[in-house]
Design a protein around this ligand. Sequence first.
Ligand SMILES: Nc1ncnc2c1ncn2[C@@H]1O[C@H](COP(=O)(O)OP(=O)(O)OP(=O)(O)O)[C@@H](O)[C@H]1O
Ligand SMILES: [Mg+2]
Length: 487
Amino acid sequence: MDSQSQAIESAKKYLAAATSVAATAMLARTIISAYFPDELRRLISSSLDKLIGHFYGEHVVVIRQNEGLLTNDLYDAATTYLRTKISPTSKRLRANKNRHRTNIIISLDDGECLTDIFEGVQYKWQLVIHRERSNSLYAGSSPVEEARWLALSFHRKYREVAVASYFPHILERSKEIKAADRQLKLYMNELGNWNCVHLQHPATSETLAMEVELKKTIFDDLARFVNRKEYYKRIGKAWKRGYLLFGPPGTGKSSLIAAMANYLRFDIYDLDLNGINGNTDLKRLLFGMANKSMLVIEDIDCSINVQNRDDEGSETETEPGGKAVTLSGILNLIDGLWSANGEERIIVLTTNYRDRLDPALLRPGRMDMHIHMGYCGPNGFRKLVSNYHAIDEHPLFEEIEGLLKEVEATPAEVAEELIRSDGAGIALGSLILFLRDKRKVGGEEVKGRGEESHDGIQNGLECEKIDREEKKVGSEITGGRKRKSRK
Ligand SMILES: Nc1ncnc2c1ncn2[C@@H]1O[C@H](COP(=O)(O)OP(=O)(O)OP(=O)(O)O)[C@@H](O)[C@H]1O
Ligand SMILES: [Mg+2]
């Protein structure tokens, strides 16, 4: 055997030995994590990390919970992220629930390892908790000090990739996981302050009875909005979006608001203008709102000072004594300087009578989208019946759909009939009687009206296009049958 072959042979032997040493070391690390006491485990683990790193060409990156006095955001994000990566083979987990949560959180326990693969690269994680007797001289301080860190190992050729794409991915995902975990809140103003309760409205885009295309337009619009931080910055506009929901009572305006909040995971700030002591209060409440939230003013036409200026005088006018909210206060909140406070805000106004609002509120661009919530048409009915009775065909559908073309019934009225019985046949029968009664009362007045939503949706999409071209214009879209105008 010549000297070159000898060198190759000994290199092979060396590699085989190294691989088996490293594999043994990996196995040892797993066993040690499970069975050895804290102190000993930490010592052996860190020596094994070095050994594994040496043979496998790995980096071990330590991500500590605290760096000096500051908490480490990456540690926090990674522990959140890793909760979603726990595999069925993980042995030691911890479970936690506190009074701020409704759900139980399962996470890695001390010493437990897991592997994550991102963009084809393998990352190995281990949680390490180290406790030692405290040297603190302060009275009352804990006798034991605890340090926590995550040890992340990956092949050293992926260092750039880890920093440039894996860590940002973890930070981004953890934000989404936290938002989805969080219990939403409903804030209401009382005596000039916000009080809150948990928001427990179950409406989602899935449960809403609306034209499919309209629903998609709205929820796509929301999705685009939350992803446009840089865009808003670039065009020099506050990062906020306004929706005006209009339509008769019981057509789903409040349900849509709840579905939007549930979709975005935004808290709702439900502003009662009648409970506010003037514009100064209004401003204070606005400045007291958190980011990523929805400001809702329901039945805006019922707040006397924001009605049509032809009826109520100038937009800067105040009530005697100057204690009422004025239209100018509302406009300032929607798109004036006050509105630029905070970011990622949605503003929703609702009204039963859009024509009663001051034109200043309706001006193109003031509310970005005008959404008409209409009476229940055949499509809305099919959605409701599938929600309430899980059926999508029934011999009574034909008569009901015919009646709905003639009669103005709100989704709330239809829902009320459908919920009367667990039996689909009985509920549908009851709905038919209700609609026939309505037709009798309505008589000639409502005869011959069909579903009018399609044109409305087309208009809405048309306006959206203009909006995307950064022109200031509001778009109107419609969600059902239009109201027959009544004098
Ligand atoms: N489009 C809809 N889809 C599903 N359910 C609806 C819809 N509209 C109304 N409902 C049902 O009717 C109930 C009342 O509707 P909601 O409060 O959303 O109407 P609204 O338009 O806000 O009425 P108001 O103008 O009186 O405030 C809801 O809780 C829901 O059960
Ligand atoms: Mg409502």
